[in-house]
Write a protein that binds this ligand. Structure first.
Ligand code: PEP
Ligand code: MG
Length: 574
C-alpha cells in the first residue's frame, strides 16, 4: 500500500529502488527470547563479539604513542579490564543460558544491572564509571552486528538507516547504492556534505522511515524536497520520470554557463572557488571554470582506515590536486578530524563528552606534532608543483596561528635542506568558524594572509545549535540576525585590511543566499562544484550596487522572517 512521509532534502537527486533497512544498534532493544536449543550458539556468538572487541582494544592500544599512550591508554586498559570482568561475563552467559534472552537483550539487562550498582554508590568517581560500562557494552553490541552492517546496501538499493557515518557514504556509493534515507542527521553533517559531493541522493531527519519501510519495499526519494514514498503508484512513477527529465533539462541549461564569467549585472567579477576532495571534484571544478580550490578537506584521507596515511601517500594526493588545477590556486586545509569526523581515523582519538567542543582541528594538530609535521611536509612538497595556500581549521586564538607558522617555517627549512622544491611565501590562512576568532579577528588578522569563513561551524557555535541535530534545523540557519551581523563584521574587517576573505560553508553553495553574501561585501565564494553553476547564475542576475544600497535594511532585520523577506525582494519574488 502506498505511503509517504517527509524528511529534509540533504543531497539532491531522485532515486527509485528497493529498500534495505538497517535497524539501529541502539541498546533500546526489545525483550527477545530464544529457544533452549539456541542458547549455546547464542553464547558462542556473544563471545565471538567479545573477542573481537578485546582484539580491537589491543590494536588501539598498540597504536598509541607518546603522551597519548598514557592518557588514552589508561582508559583503554580500564575497558579491557571491564571486558574480562567475571561478573559481567557470567552474568551475560547466565541471562542467555538460563533465562533464554537473546545476546542483545542480555547486554541490555546486564548493562542496567551494573549501572544500577554503580549509580547507587556515594563516591562520584564510581558513579561516573557508568559511562565506561556503556562504552564497553556499546562496543560489544556493535561487534555483534558488524557482520550485518557490512552487508548492508548493494547496487539498486536505497538504504534506510537511523544514521550514517561519513566513512560509510563512499563505500555505499561505490557499491551502487542509489540513495539514502536516515531517521536522524542534518544537511550540514559531513555525511551530507560527502553525499552531495558524490551526487548521491540523501534524505535526513525522517524518523518514520524506520517504522514505515520494510526490507524489499520499493521506495522513491526526492533528495531536494525530502519526500519519501513507499510503494509508489503509477502517478508517482510518472512524476518521478518527469522530475528526472526536468533535472536533466536544468543541468543542460546551467551547463551553458560553464564558460561564462561569474560577473554581476554591473560588471563586478566574483571569484567562485570549489570545495573539492575527490579527483572527480577537482576535474569538475576545473571544467566549470572555478577560480581555484578554496577548500580541500584533507581529513577525508584520514578516515575509513585503521592506520595514518604516510607522507608519501598524502604528498601524492596533494600534488595531484595541485596538478589537476593547472596553475589555479589550491587551498589545502590541514587535518580537521574530531566531532562527527572521528570514525576510523587511525588516530585513536580519546573519548570526549563534547567532541564538537573538544580537541579538533588545529588543537589536535598542535598536540599531535608528529601527525601535523608529516602533513605539512607533504603539503609543502606539493607546493613545488603549483600555487597552494594552507588553511588552518578551528582557529580560536592567535597563539595557534603563531605555533603553526613556526612549525611551518621549521618544516620548510628542513625540506629545502633535503633538496625538495618548496615554494616561497605560501599564504597561511585561518578558517573563521569559532565565534572568538570572528569577534576578535582584528587581534589576529596581522598573522593571516587570508581567511575563509566556515559558516557550518560558525553558525553551530554562535547559536549553540548542533549542526548535526535534526531537531534544530530551524535554529541552525544563516538567517539569524547574529549570523548576518557577524558575517558583515568579519568581511568588513578583512576588506579593511586588504586581505582575501571567502565563505566556504554550505551557505556559499546555496544560491538562495547569494544576494545576502554579495550585499555583505563578499567577493569570494567556495562551494561544491555541484552547485557552482547555480551560484554563478545567481551572481549574474544581481546588480551589486543595488544590493549594497539595501545593506542597511538587511542589517536592521530583526528575525529570520525579516531576513527571508529581504532575500525574497532581492530575487524579485513578491
Ligand atoms: C565549516 O565549518 O563551515 C566548514 C567549511 O568546515 P567543515 O564543514 O569541514 O567543518
Ligand atoms: Mg568547520
Amino acid at each position: 500500500m502506498r505511503r509517504q512521509f517527509p524528511g529534509h532534502g540533504a543531497s539532491r537527486g531522485n532515486a527509485l529502488g528497493r529498500a534495505r533497512v538497517r535497524q539501529p544498534h541502539a541498546l533500546e532493544v526489545a525483550e527477545e527470547r530464544i529457544a533452549p536449543g539456541q542458547a549455546a550458539a547464542e553464547v558462542a556468538r556473544l563471545h565471538e563479539a567479545i573477542d573481537m572487541v578485546r582484539e580491537e582494544l589491543r590494536d588501539l592500544r598498540s597504536r598509541l604513542h607518546g603522551a597519548l599512550a598514557h592518557e588514552v591508554g589508561e582508559f583503554l586498559d580500564l575497558h579491557a579490564l571491564l571486558l574480562d570482568d567475571p561478573e559481567l561475563l557470567q552474568g551475560l552467559d547466565g541471562l542467555i543460558a538460563n533465562e533464554l534472552h537473546g545476546a542483545d537483550f542480555a547486554l541490555r539487562v546486564q548493562r542496567d544491572r551494573l549501572a544500577a550498582v554503580f549509580e547507587s554508590m556515594d563516591d562520584p568517581y564510581f558513579r561516573s564509571r557508568v559511562e565506561d560500562i556503556d562504552h564497553v557494552i556499546g562496543r560489544i553490541h556493535s561487534a555483534l552486528h558488524r557482520h550485518d552492517a557490512q552487508v548492508t546496501g548493494v547496487a539498486g538499493e536505497i538504504l534506510v538507516s537511523d544514521s550514517l557515518a561519513p566513512s560509510e557514504v563512499a563505500r555505499l556509493h561505490a557499491r551502487g547504492v542509489l540513495g539514502i534515507v536516515t531517521a536522524g542527521g542534518s544537511m550540514l553533517s559531513h555525511t551530507a556534505i560527502l553525499a552531495r559531493s558524490l551526487h548521491l541522493p540523501l534524505v535526513v531527519g525522517s524518523p518514520q522511515a524506520l517504522s514505515l519501510v520494510n526490507d524489499g519495499d520499493v521506495v522513491m526519494i526526492d533528495g531536494a524536497t525530502g519526500l519519501v514514498i513507499v510503494d509508489p503508484d503509477a502517478d508517482d512513477l510518472r512524476a518521478h520520470r518527469e522530475r528526472v527529465r526536468e533535472g536533466k533539462r536544468e543541468r543542460r541549461q546551467l551547463h551553458r554557463l560553464r564558460r561564462e564569467p561569474s560577473r554581476t549585472l554591473d560588471g563586478v567579477d566574483i571569484r567562485l572557488y570549489a570545495n573539492a576532495e575527490t579527483r572527480e571534484d577537482v576535474a569538475e571544478a576545473h571544467a566549470l571554470g572555478a577560480a581555484g580550490v578554496g577548500l580541500y578537506r584533507t581529513e577525508f584521507l584520514f578516515l575509513q582506515r585503521n592506520e595514518l596515511p604516510s607522507e608519501e601517500e598524502q604528498f601524492v594526493a596533494y600534488r595531484d590536486l595541485v596538478l589537476g588545477m593547472t596553475g589555479r590556486t589550491a587551498t589545502i586545509r590541514t587535518l580537521d578530524v574530531g566531532a562527527d569526523k572521528s570514525d576510523g581515523s587511525g588516530l585513536a582519538l580519546p573519548y570526549e563528552p563534547n567532541p564538537a567542543l573538544g580537541v579538533r582541528g588545529v588543537r589536535l594538530a598542535l598536540r599531535r606534532r608528529d601527525v601535523f609535521t608529516t602533513q605539512l611536509r607533504a603539503i609543502l612538497r606539493a607546493s613545488g608543483y603549483g600555487p597552494i595556500r594552507i588553511l588552518l581549521p578551528m582557529v580560536a586564538q592567535r597563539e595557534e596561528v603563531l605555533a603553526a607558522r613556526r612549525l611551518l617555517r621549521t618544516v620548510a627549512a628542513r625540506l629545502r635542506r633535503e633538496g625538495h622544491a618548496v615554494a616561497e611565501g605560501i599564504p597561511l590562512g585561518a578558517m573563521i568558524e569559532v565565534p572568538a576568532a570572528a569577534i576578535a579577528l582584528p587581534a589576529m588578522i596581522d598573522l593571516l594572509d587570508f581567511m575563509s569563513i566556515g559558516t557550518n561551524d560558525l553558525v553551530q557555535y554562535l547559536l549553540a545549535a548542533d549542526r548535526g541535530n535534526d531537531a534544530l534545523v530551524d535554529l541552525h540557519s544563516p538567517l539569524h540576525p547574529a549570523v548576518v551581523l557577524l558575517l558583515h563584521q568579519v568581511i568588513g574587517t578583512a576588506r579593511a585590511h586588504g586581505k582575501p576573505v571567502a565563505v566556504c560553508g554550505e551557505m556559499a553553495g546555496d544560491a538562495v543566499f547569494t544576494p545576502l553574501l554579495l550585499a555583505l561585501g563578499l567577493e569570494e565564494f567556495s562551494l561544491h562544484p555541484g552547485t557552482l553553476l547555480e551560484v554563478r547564475q545567481a551572481v549574474r542576475a544581481q546588480d551589486l550596487a543595488g544590493l549594497r544600497a539595501r545593506l542597511t535594511e538587511l542589517l536592521r532585520a530583526r528575525d529570520h522572517a525579516g531576513i527571508a523577506r529581504w532575500l525574497a525582494r532581492s530575487t524579485g519574488e513578491p
